[in-house]
Write a protein that binds this ligand. Structure first.
Ligand code: C5P
Length: 311
């Protein structure tokens, strides 16, 4: 590795955002969690995390970038919970770390930013502490931290069942060009699920076979046609502007439009960078949209170093 013996260097990890190509929601169990059938894709919109050693019992996190000021940095933060959970689970003695997280994934946006950071912390701390946890142990800790965390370790495109935490990678073809319309205000995931419970008649959460076939074939227009999100109506009721946002992107030529996760970020699919930039232009001048991002998928999950090239 080239660093001096005895000096533990900082570990850098980057972790992608996710979009749900399908989010099929079933009934809630006694804990309030819903059974899901979902298809995740990891996108080229990354948070970057640096993890450095700290004295025993010291766990600190700081955020940089857009929306950083809104995030709690006390022990309730998922990044700190992730570091402590890994230390506990894999029996690391005298564990501690200082984490700096550079945000690009929109905060409270339905793109799993908090879960992504937790996945990155697991990878980063595991390396910092000399790999005490095997991949399967990392997955177990990830599952305890939140339903989206296991997917952010895996990345790519995957089907998620259970609470969305049982992950099975999908072989897909093609490159998917996404335009993301960020909203002026966030949405709380539990609030969106509550609105869903109040108004929807949940059925068995089965991902449409037509979507899976289209992904396997790399048929981007067919993927666009079969994007689905059972939480969309609930999110739109809580933020009615999202209805206009979705229509504007479709009118600009997007092959499909979907609310990402519990929203409010809306995701638009195109089959080329050129078509995607037309969609971005139209959304960029709509007052209901705070900012527009472009990304491609699928990309790898949380990782350090070589695989992602030198940084
Ligand atoms: O697991 P995570 O902390 O990311 O979930 C955030 C919230 O989303 C939960 O508190 C719950 O209200 C809702 N949720 C759900 N069913 C799922 C996943 C999440 O109701 N399968």
């Amino acid at each position: 590795m080239g660093h001096m013996a005895g000096v533990t260097p900082a570990v850098r990890v980057r972790v992608p955002a996710k979009v749900n190509l399908a989010l099929c929601v079933g009934a809630a169990d006694d804990t309030g969690y819903h059974e899901l059938g979902t298809v995740f894709q990891a996108l080229s919109l990354w948070d970057e995390i640096t993890v450095e050693p700290a004295p025993a019992g010291v766990f600190r996190v700081a955020f940089r970038g857009e929306g950083a000021a809104f995030l709690p940095t006390d022990d309730t933060n998922l990044a700190i919970r992730a570091a402590r959970a890994l230390a506990h689970h894999s029996g690391v003695k005298d564990a501690g770390c200082v984490m700096v997280i550079r945000k690009r994934i929109p905060v409270a946006g339905g793109m799993a930013g908090g879960s992504a950071d937790a996945a990155a912390v697991l990878v980063g701390c595991n390396q910092l502490w000399g790999s005490p946890a095997q991949p399967s142990q990392l997955r177990d800790v990830a599952t305890q931290l939140g339903a989206d965390v296991p997917f952010l370790l895996t990345g790519g495109t995957a089907i998620g069942t259970g609470r969305g935490d049982i992950i099975e990678p999908l072989e897909t073809r093609g490159t998917y060009h996404w335009t993301l319309a960020l909203s002026h205000t966030g949405l709380s995931t539990p609030a969106v699920f509550r609105e869903f419970d109040r108004t929807a008649e949940p059925a068995a959460p089965v991902v449409p076979q037509a979507l899976l076939d289209a992904l396997a074939a790399g048929d981007v227009p067919a993927v666009g046609k079969h994007l689905v999100n059972d939480l969309a109506d609930a999110a739109i009721r809580l933020q009615p502007t999202l209805g206009s946002t979705l229509q504007i992107g479709l009118d600009a030529g997007a092959l499909g439009a979907v609310v990402s996760g519990s929203g409010p970020t809306c995701a638009f699919l195109s089959d080329s960078a050129e078509s995607a930039s037309l969609v971005a232009e139209s959304l960029g001048v709509f007052s209901g949209v705070r900012a527009v991002r472009s990304a491609v998928g699928p990309v790898d999950g949380a990782g350090t170093g070589e695989k992602h090239g030198s940084r």
